[in-house]
Design a protein. Structure first.
Length: 185
C-alpha cells in the first residue's frame, strides 16, 4: 500500500462498498460510534477509507480500512464517502485490514485473536512461512507484542463463542482462555 505518489481520494457511493469478508472487528452501535456519527455530521469524513476493487466487478469495492467510518457515514445519512482505491490481492488486503486496526485504542481479545490468525493465514498463503529458520516468525505479525503472545491470542480462536465472550467481557484472563482452548467442546 505504500506508494510515493500522492493519491487523491475518490467519492464512492456507500451502496458500492462492502465489508472485508471475514474481517475480525466488531462494528458496535455504542457511545464511541455515536461520537463518530456526530463528528461526521459536523465535519465530514476527515480520513478517507481504503478500499480494493472486488474481483469480477466494475464498480464494487471491499473496505480494507474504515469499517467503522463507513457504518457511521451510513448512520449519518451520507450517500458517498471519500476513499483511496488500491489494487490489492486478497492476502495483501487481509494483512492491511489487520495492520490498520491493531493500533485502535479499544480492541477486544477476540478481535485481536482472529486478526492475528487472519494475518498469519494470509502470510502463509503468500508463501511467507512462519516459524522456520530463515523465514519470518510470529514476531513479525505484531510490532507491539511478542511472537509468544501472538501465538497465545491465536489459540483463543479455538474457544467456543461463549468463552470468547467471557474473554471480551474481561471475565477470564488470557492465560485461562489459552488453557481452555486445548479442551474439546
Amino acid at each position: 500500500m505504500n506508494n510515493n505518489t500522492m493519491k487523491t481520494p475518490v467519492a464512492i457511493p456507500v451502496s458500492k462498498l462492502h465489508p472485508f469478508e471475514g474481517h475480525p472487528y466488531k462494528v458496535l452501535d455504542n457511545e464511541e460510534m455515536n461520537t463518530l456519527i456526530e463528528s461526521i455530521q459536523t465535519q465530514g469524513i476527515l480520513s478517507p477509507l481504503i478500499v480494493r476493487p472486488i474481483e469480477n466487478t466494475t464498480d464494487e469495492y471491499e473496505v480494507v480500512s474504515g469499517h467503522r467510518r463507513l457504518h457511521a457515514a451510513v448512520k449519518a445519512g451520507l450517500e458517498t464517502v471519500p476513499a483511496f482505491i488500491y489494487a490489492l490481492d486478497r492476502d495483501a488486503a487481509a494483512i492491511a485490514v489487520v495492520d490498520s486496526n491493531l493500533h485502535r485504542e479499544h480492541i477486544l481479545p477476540s478481535e485481536k485473536a482472529f486478526a492475528y490468525k487472519m494475518k498469519l493465514d494470509a502470510m502463509n498463503h503468500q508463501g511467507v512461512t512462519c516459524g522456520q529458520v530463515g523465514h519470518k516468525s510470529r514476531d513479525d505479525i505484531s510490532e507491539t507484542e511478542s511472537g509468544r503472545t501472538v501465538q497465545r491470542y491465536i489459540r483463543l480462536t479455538h474457544l467456543i463463542p461463549e468463552l470468547l465472550e467471557w474473554m471480551d467481557e474481561g471475565k477470564m484472563a488470557l492465560s485461562v482462555g489459552v488453557e481452555l482452548s486445548f479442551l474439546s467442546d
